[in-house]
Design a protein around this ligand. Structure first.
Ligand SMILES: Nc1ncnc2c1ncn2[C@@H]1O[C@H](COP(=O)(O)OP(=O)(O)OP(=O)(O)O)[C@@H](O)[C@H]1O
Length: 749
C-alpha cells in the first residue's frame, strides 16, 4: 500500500520565557506559520507546550498497530543543533532523576509494545534491539553486542541506560531499531508468522556530509525517480535509511525547530526539507514468513460448524412446535367467537398463511424423502410373495377387492409378470452359464473349506434333484445346485455352516444375525481402512516435515543475513581501529611540549581502541556461533529433504495400493448383485413348486422352511450389498479428495 511520508513539526520552548517568537504552530489547522506570513502545511503542527506524552499519543499509536501487524515503521527526527531532537526520541536521560513523563518516543514505544504483546498471550514473539551511531561515515555499535534480545520491558530499559552512557556525544547520527518476530494461530485456525522492524533515527545537524547525501536522495525521490534507480549505498546513513525514504516503512519525519529569531534561517531550511519529505510515497507491506497463512486446525475446526447446524435444526423444531401451538390456540379462539370481526380476519389470515406454508413444506418433504431414498443406497428388489396359509383377514380383503377395475388391473399385472418371468428365466440361464465358466479359482467350495464336513443340502452328491436338507426331492438341476453351493460357500464361513447344520438338525432357524456378521467379515475387509489410515498418517507426517523444512530454510536465511551484518560490522570496526592507530602514530613526530598533550590523547585513543577490540572479539565470537548454527541447520535440512523424498514415494505407493483395493471392492459389489439375482431365481422356482406341486404336508413344511432360510440369506446379501455400495461412495469421495491433495502437493512441491 502506498503511504506518503508523514510530517510533524515540534517547536522547542524558548530558553527565556519573555523571548520573542518568530515561528508559530497551529495544532488545529496543522499549519506552521512564520513571522513573515509564510505557511507550511504539515500532518501534525505540535505547539510549543506539547508534552512528551501528547506528542507520542498524537501519532505513534497507529504506528504501533501497524508494527504489530508486521509492517516496518520508521521515525526520523531532524533539525538544527539543540532543537530537542534527542529529547524527542529518547528524553532528557535515563537516570533516576528523570521523570517518567519526560520519556521520549523510544522508551514509550518499547513499553507499549511489551504491554500490547503481553495482552496477546496467543502470540509467541522474539524482540531484538540494536543501537548504532554513524560517526564520520563509520558505524559504532553503542551496546557493543549487535542484536540484543530483550524478553521484557525492564531488560530493554537496562540496555537503554547502558547505551545512553556509552553513546558518542557530538554531531552524529543515531539509529535505534526494534525488531519483532511474531507467531500466532488466529481463531480461524490460520498460522500467522510475521517480522517487523521499527527504526528511530536521530539525525545530525548540518553540515554533516551524510545529511547532504540524504537530502539529495529525498530530492531525487521527489523528482519522481524510482527507488530502484537511486544509489542508497553512497554512504552509511543513506543505506540505513533505505526503507524510511522510498522504501517499505511507514515513516514519520519530525522536524525539530527553534522559535528564536536568531535561528530563523536554519528553521526555514528544516521546514523546507520537511515539505520535500511530504511528497515521498513509501510502499508499506506486511512482512510474512513462508509458512504464514497456513491452516493449522484439522477436522476439529469443523466442529463449531456442526454445532451451528445442530442449533439451527433444534431452533427449527422448536419453531415448528410454537407455530402449531399457536395454530391450535387460534382455532380455539375462533370457535369461541369472542373476537371482533377485524381480529377474526387477522387470525383467519394467519391460519391461511400457515396452511400455505404447510403445503410448501410438505411438497419439499416429498422431494427430501426421494433424496433420502437415493442416499440410502440401492432400491430394494421386489420379491414374489410366498403364498402363505390363508387367513381370515385375507378372505375379507379378497371379497372387498372384487371390483371390475381390480380385475382389469390384475389381468394386466399377470401378463407383465409372465413376460418378466420369461425374461428372467432367460437371463438366469445366461448368467448361470457365465458364472460357472468364470468362477474364480479362489472360489472355495464348502467341502474344500471344511473337509468332509459339508452342508448335506449343498453337496454335489445330493444332485438327485432337490436340496435335501431343506426339502428332499426333485426340482433343482445339478448346475443350479452347484451354483447355490458356491454362493453359500462364498457367503458363509465354516463356523456358520456348522451352526446352520446344527440348527437344521434341531429344526430351528439359523440366527440371521450370524450370517450377517459372517458376510460383514467377508466384505468389510479392513484393508482399505488400514491403507487410508496409513496414507493419512504418512501424509500428516509429510506435511509436518514440509513445514519444518520451510522453517529451517527461513532460519538459515535469517542467520545468513545476520552473519552478513556482523561481518560488515567487523570490517567497519577494523577500519575504525586502524584509523585510530594511525592517528596515534602521527603524535610521535611532534615537539616535546605537544608530546605531553599528545600522550594524554593517545591514552584516550588507546582506551577507545581497546573498547573497539573487545567489541570486535564479541562480534567474531557471534560470527562463529552463527556459522555453527547454519551448518547444523543445513545438515538437518538435508536429512529432512531426503526423508521428504522417501515419504513422497511411500505416499505414491500407498495411493496406488488403495486404488487396487477399490477395484477389488467394485468387483465384489458385482458379485453380490450377481448372487442375489441367482438366489432370487431359485426362490422363485421354489415358490412356484410350492404353488403347483402336490406334496405331503411334511414336505410342504420343509419346503417352506427352505424358502424362509433362502430368503434370510438373500436379505443379508442384499443389505451387505447396500452397505458395500455406501462404503464405496465414501471411499470414492475420500480417494477423490486425496487425488486433489496429491495434485496440490505436486504443484506446491
Ligand atoms: N520540548 C522540550 N522541552 C523541554 N526541554 C527540551 C525540549 N527540547 C529540548 N529540550 C532540552 O534542550 C536541550 C537540547 O536538547 P537536545 O539535546 O535534545 O537537542 P538536540 O537537537 O538533540 O541537540 P544535538 O543536535 O546537539 O544533539 C536538552 O537539555 C533538552 O532537555
Amino acid at each position: 500500500m502506498d503511504i506518503p511520508v508523514q510530517i510533524a513539526v515540534r517547536l522547542k520552548p524558548p530558553n527565556l520565557e519573555d523571548s520573542s517568537q518568530c515561528i508559530f504552530s497551529n495544532p488545529v489547522t496543522q499549519i506552521v506559520i512564520t513571522e513573515s506570513g509564510q505557511t507550511f502545511h504539515v500532518n501534525r503542527a505540535l505547539p510549543v507546550d506539547c508534552t512528551q506524552a501528547n506528542l507520542f499519543n498524537s501519532f505513534m499509536i497507529p504506528q504501533i498497530n501497524c508494527f504489530l501487524d508486521g509492517c516496518d515503521t520508521s521515525v526520523v527526527v531532524f533539525g538544527q543543533a539543540k532543537t530537542g531532537k534527542t529529547y524527542t526520541l529518547f528524553g532528557p536521560g535515563f537516570e533516576c532523576i528523570h521523570s517518567e513523563c519526560d520519556q521520549g518516543i523510544v522508551p514509550r514505544f518499547l513499553s507499549e509494545i511489551f504491554h500490547k504483546l503481553n495482552q496477546m498471550p496467543e502470540r509467541e514473539f522474539i524482540l531484538h534491539i540494536t543501537w548504532m551511531q554513524v560517526v564520520n561515515n563509520n558505524i559504532f555499535d553503542v551496546l557493543g553486542a549487535g542484536l540484543v534480545r530483550c524478553c521484557n520491558v525492564e531488560e530493554a530499559f537496562q540496555y537503554l541506560q547502558l547505551g545512553w552512557r556509552q553513546r558518542c556525544q557530538g554531531n552524529n547520527h543515531t539509529v535505534f531499531t526494534v525488531s519483532v518476530e511474531q507467531k500466532w494461530v488466529s481463531t480461524n485456525g490460520v498460522l500467522n508468522h510475521r517480522m517487523s522492524t521499527a527504526s528511530f533515527c536521530d539525525l545530525a545537524a548540518y553540515p554533516e556530509p551524510g545529511l547532504f547525501a540524504l537530502e539529495n536522495i529525498i530530492k531525487e525521490l521527489l523528482a519522481g525517480n524510482p527507488p530502484k534507480q537511486i544509489n542508497y549505498d553512497q554512504c552509511i546513513l543513506t543505506a540505513m535509511l533505505r526503507d524510511s525514504f522510498g522504501g517499505r516503512a511507514f515513516t514519520w519525519v519530525i522536524g525539530c525547530i527553534s522559535a528564536e529569531p536568531e535561528d530563523y534561517q536554519d528553521t526555514l531550511k528544516t521546514l523546507n526539507l520537511c515539505l520535500c519529505c511530504r511528497g515521498i510515497k513509501n510502499f508499506v507491506t506486511v512482512n510474512l514468513f513462508a509458512d504464514n497463512n497456513t491452516p493449522v486446525y484439522t477436522e476439529k475446526s469443523m466442529l463449531p460448524h456442526a454445532d451451528n447446524n445442530f442449533n439451527l435444526q433444534f431452533a427449527t423444531t422448536q419453531w415448528i412446535k410454537l407455530v402449531s401451538n399457536a395454530e391450535g390456540l387460534f382455532n380455539k379462539i375462533l370457535q369461541s367467537k369472542s373476537l371482533s370481526e377485524a381480529d377474526i380476519n387477522q387470525v383467519s389470515e394467519w391460519l391461511f398463511l400457515k396452511a400455505e406454508c404447510d403445503e410448501c413444506l410438505n411438497g419439499d418433504t416429498g422431494v427430501d424423502n426421494k433424496d433420502a431414498n437415493i442416499k440410502q443406497g440401492l432400491p430394494r428388489i421386489a420379491e414374489d410373495t410366498e403364498p402363505s396359509e390363508p387367513s381370515e383377514s385375507d378372505v375379507d380383503s379378497d371379497s372387498e377387492e372384487d371390483t371390475h377395475s381390480d380385475t382389469v388391473f390384475q389381468d394386466k399385472l399377470e401378463k407383465f409378470m409372465e413376460y418378466f418371468r420369461e425374461k428372467n428365466d432367460q437371463l438366469f440361464a445366461d448368467r448361470c452359464e457365465e458364472y460357472l465358466n468364470h468362477v474364480d479359482s479362489d472360489d472355495i467350495t464348502i467341502s474344500e473349506l471344511s473337509g468332509s464336513q459339508s452342508l448335506p443340502v449343498m453337496t454335489s452328491q445330493s444332485n438327485s434333484g432337490r436340496r435335501r436338507t431343506i426339502q428332499p426331492g426333485e426340482s433343482l438341476s445339478g448346475a443350479e445346485l452347484e451354483l447355490l453351493r458356491k454362493v453359500a460357500a462364498k457367503a458363509i464361513s465354516p463356523e456358520s455352516q456348522k451352526i446352520l447344520i446344527e440348527s437344521h438338525k434341531k429344526d430351528v432357524d439359523p440366527e440371521p444375525k450370524l450370517i450377517e456378521r459372517e458376510l460383514l467379515k467377508m466384505i468389510d475387509t479392513p484393508k482399505t481402512d488400514e491403507i487410508c489410515k496409513k496414507y493419512k498418517m504418512t501424509k500428516e507426517k509429510y506435511t509436518q516435515k514440509q513445514i519444518l523444512a520451510r522453517k529451517l530454510s527461513k532460519e538459515i536465511g535469517s542467520s545468513q543475513s545476520q552473519l552478513k551484518e556482523l561481518i560488515n560490522l567487523c570490517i567497519a570496526k577494523e577500519r575504525l581501529i586502524s584509523d585510530l592507530s594511525k592517528s596515534m602514530s602521527h603524535t610521535q613526530n611532534k615537539h616535546y611540549s605537544d608530546k605531553i598533550e599528545s600522550s594524554l590523547i593517545d591514552q584516550d585513543t588507546m582506551r577507545e581502541i581497546k573498547r573497539h577490540e573487545t567489541n570486535l572479539k564479541t562480534y567474531k565470537k557471534q560470527i562463529e556461533q552463527i556459522k555453527r548454527q547454519i551448518k547444523k541447520d543445513e545438515k538437518r535440512k538435508n536429512t529432512l529433504d531426503v526423508e521428504l523424498v522417501k515419504d513422497k514415494l511411500k505416499l505414491d505407493e500407498l495411493s496406488d495400493t488403495s486404488v487396487d483395493v477399490k477395484d477389488r471392492k467394485t468387483h465384489s459389489l458385482k458379485h453380490f448383485t450377481h448372487r442375489i439375482t441367482q438366489l432370487d431365481s431359485i426362490l422363485k422356482e421354489k415358490t412356484n413348486d410350492l404353488e403347483t406341486l402336490e406334496m405331503s404336508k411334511e414336505k410342504e413344511l420343509l419346503l417352506r422352511k427352505e424358502i424362509k432360510n433362502l430368503r434370510k440369506t438373500r436379505e443379508c446379501l442384499h443389505e451387505q450389498r447396500c452397505s458395500l455400495g455406501h462404503k464405496r461412495k465414501i471411499y470414492k469421495s475420500l480417494s477423490d479428495s486425496e487425488v486433489s491433495i496429491k495434485s496440490f502437493d505436486f504443484h506446491t512441491l
